[in-house]
Write a protein that binds this ligand. Structure first.
Ligand code: FCB
Length: 449
């Protein structure tokens, strides 16, 4: 008997992203993405790692589907590589790219696994970056063209669509902090990018609906739970909530950009021409009704009097006694519980999915080939329990996708940081389900634990 029982039809699975697992970076007509360019340039990624080969999923997908099936996955969230479909971002369609994803979708459906598709998980065609990237509004038009091509082709079989994964990361880590592709450090460019990402989302939603009848369409945001460790750093905590959470939530749910953040960004000189990138009609576009909100949650943001509100790097000050993952992110399941309640009460999305949650622990195989990742298992168990408590409070949470199905290319950290339920040996491409995966398999079978 399970002690914690999830609602009937709760959807369990795991997530990946194209650039992080596929490899085959220049095969079958694929165009170059900003992550190809960024990782190929010296100094951007730990150890000079690239996604050229990654988990070789492009060639090994049948084996990977078989593994998911063996682990009882009910859904699999993956992303489509835009440059495989439209090698220069718009215009000519690469049929081989569409065929690849079409076979993947068919393979999943045959295995009784629901395909949960993300259209944009950060691999922008380089040709579009050369025209200005997300800070240019024309990139939003190209995204809608891309969304149209993909949803026309897969929309009969794919019924769960995510337009964007973590627009905050795209806009700010890519264009302001600069640790992700394309590596810019320009606040104004990042704020423009954020707006164009939101516009492209809102414009794509009706197109996807048209091409994929009865589908669920939504967007995934990365959330933090911001808290002040000292009474005097409350405003700093509020700033991080505005920067990371509200800058995207508020416009999506009809509140436009948060006034306190507009004032702060104006004071800081990040908006020299005000919100000049907002055009008439934009708020109506951005608020296109969606079916769900996708939640990516890993850790909280704790501030104290030393936290510099304008420096991302200073925002996490885990208490001395706190438990850290191998990425030094604090383990804080209560943050997930608080966040789910807050989203439900403040914004009322009709449905929520956890589209990413998981932890970096680098444990590898022992002498017998077993990966005893006890800490990941414990992390997941506590976060599942937090999600369950939120459901008990009435939060309409409909599914849970663990990040990640496989160890993979962790962006600027390269292959050093392992988030997988399944271990990957990057020399042989052998896959070994870790203890957490075997435990998760039973959780899915019992719909609880
Ligand atoms: C999220 C990303 C995902 C992965 C995890 C650890 O921000 O969406 O691709 O890198 O973090």
């Amino acid at each position: 008997m399970s002690q914690i029982q999830f609602p009937q039809d709760f959807l369990w699975g795991a997530a990946t992203a194209s650039y992080q697992i596929e490899g085959a970076w220049n095969e079958d007509g694929k165009g170059v993405s900003i992550w190809d360019t960024f990782s190929h340039a010296a100094g951007n990624v730990q150890n000079g790692d690239t996604g050229d080969v990654a988990c070789d999923h492009y060639h090994r997908w049948p084996e990977d589907i078989a593994l998911m099936k063996a682990l009882n996955f009910q859904t699999y969230r993956f992303s489509i590589g835009w440059p495989r479909i439209l090698p220069t971002g718009r215009g000519t369609v690469n049929q081989a790219g569409l065929d690849f994803y079409s076979r993947l979708v068919d393979g999943l459906l045959e295995a009784d696994i629901v395909p949960f598709v993300t259209l944009y998980h950060w691999d922008l065609p380089q040709a579009l970056q050369d025209e200005g990237g997300w800070p240019a509004r024309s990139t939003a038009d190209a995204f809608v063209e891309y969304a149209d091509v993909v949803s026309r082709h897969l929309g009969d079989r794919v019924k769960h669509w995510i337009t964007h994964n973590e627009p905050w990361v795209v806009a700010f880590l890519g264009n302001q902090v600069g640790i992700h592709a394309p590596g810019l450090q320009d606040w104004n460019a990042a704020l423009k990018a954020a707006h164009h990402l939101l516009i492209s989302h809102g414009q794509a939603v009706p197109v996807i609906r048209q091409n994929s009848p009865d589908a669920e369409v939504g967007i995934t945001l990365n959330f933090t739970w911001a808290e002040a460790a000292t009474p005097t750093s409350y405003q700093t905590a509020r700033y991080f909530d505005g920067y990371l959470n509200r800058w995207f939530l508020d416009p999506l749910y009809g509140r436009r950009y948060p006034a306190d953040m507009v004032a702060t960004y104006t004071e800081q000189g990040y908006l020299p021409n005000g919100l000049d990138f907002v055009q008439p009609g934009d708020w109506d576009i951005i608020t296109a009704p969606t079916d769900f909100l996708g939640i990516n949650y890993y850790t909280r943001t704790l501030t104290n009097d030393d936290t510099d509100p304008h420096n991302m790097g200073s925002r996490r000050i885990p208490p001395q006694e706190s438990e850290l993952t191998d990425f030094d992110w604090e383990v804080y399941p209560e943050g997930l519980y608080n966040l789910l309640n807050r989203l439900h009460f403040d914004y009322q999305p009709p449905k929520l999915y956890i589209t990413e949650n998981g932890a970096c622990y680098n444990d590898g195989p022992d002498a017998n080939g077993r990966v005893a990742d006890t800490r990941r298992l414990s992390y997941l168990k506590r976060h599942f329990a937090a999600a369950h408590r939120a459901i008990q409070n009435g939060v309409p949470l409909a599914g849970y996708m663990v990040w990640s199905m496989l160890d993979n290319f962790e962006w600027a950290e390269g292959y050093d940081k392992r988030f997988g339920l399944v271990w990957v040996d990057y020399d042989t491409q052998e896959r070994i389900p870790k203890d957490s995966a075997l435990w998760y398999k039973d959780v899915i079978a019992n719909n609880g634990f």
